[in-house]
Design a protein around this ligand. Structure first.
Ligand SMILES: NS(O)(O)c1ccc(OCc2cn(-c3ccccc3)nn2)cc1
Ligand SMILES: [Zn+2]
Length: 250
């Protein structure tokens, strides 16, 4: 890939190859709860990650990603701001070199050590994920903040322990409370398409410092290249450009 998170290929350079980087609906953003509009018409989120079996865990050069077989709607999200059900395609993470940064979205300027993205696509309306990536109502990404605690989160323990194909229930990565903020945005990595309905959960989940350290042992590089630790794979907040952030809760 020609883009990354380094000095010469990082977020400030992406606009050269992907002009939409300077568009009006870019993500992530800084969420200011006091300025979010409570919308009583927003439905509760319905997330049914039934026995959808995940494919494999992989390092795609930018993050660690768990792919899902997205042939059916066994693993889907609906309700909330969404007009239809969206099928889970993959989930991945963004994190920092230390616990004081790492998330993409921020709350009143505060970063979290890590942010989980559950990527869904509108399989009711589009034939493929690739088609959905090109459409403004094509994708829905759920963002979950991760905080580092001494106790391990069992579900994630299972994922980081067995770095091979596993049947994974991403529900164990969701907090008990599904209150969220939602706004129209984009992919936070190239190609940066403005095709994402963002659903950012208010409540964070906890992971252990051991699990956080595991993320930091990953590499951006391949075996042949000089090792570069995979850390700080996050894009900073982008201008809101007049967009309204709605809250599902008072
Ligand atoms: N960080 S994030 O959750 O905002 C996020 C989520 C999904 C992303 O997909 C990249 C992508 C894949 N494809 C694709 C195109 C054609 C065929 C197959 C795949 N296009 N863009 C990038 C960032
Ligand atoms: Zn992401």
């Amino acid at each position: 890939h020609s883009w990354g998170y380094g000095q010469n290929d990082g977020p400030s350079e992406w606009h050269k190859l992907y002009p939409v980087a300077q568009g009006n609906c870019q993500s992530p953003i800084d969420i200011i709860p006091a300025q979010a509009i409570y919308d009583p018409c927003l439905k509760p989120l319905s997330i049914s990650y039934r026995s959808g079996s995940s494919l494999d865990i992989s390092n795609n050069g930018h993050s660690v990603m768990v792919d899902f077989k997205d042939m059916d709607d066994k693993t889907a999200i609906y309700g909330g701001p969404l007009e239809s059900s969206y099928r889970l395609k993959q989930f991945h993470f963004h994190w920092g070199a230390s616990d004081d940064s790492g998330s993409e979205h921020t709350i009143n300027g505060k970063s979290f050590p890590c942010e989980l993205h559950l990527v869904h696509w509108n399989a009711k309306k589009y034939m493929t994920f690739a088609d959905a990536v090109e459409a403004t109502d094509g994708l829905a990404v759920t963002g979950v903040f991760l905080e580092v605690r001494k106790t391990a989160q069992a579900g994630l323990q299972q994922k980081t322990e067995k770095n091979n194909s596993l049947h994974f229930n991403p529900t164990s990565l969701l907090p008990p409370c599904l209150d969220y903020w939602t706004y129209p945005g984009s992919l936070t990595t190239p190609p940066l398409n403005e095709s994402v309905t963002w659903i950012v959960l208010k409540e964070a989940i906890q992971i252990s410092d051991k699990q956080m350290e595991k993320f930091r042992t990953l590499l951006f590089t391949t075996e042949e290249e000089e090792r570069i630790q995979m850390v700080n794979n996050f894009r900073p907040p982008q201008p809101l450009k007049g967009r309204v952030v709605r809250a599902s809760f008072k």
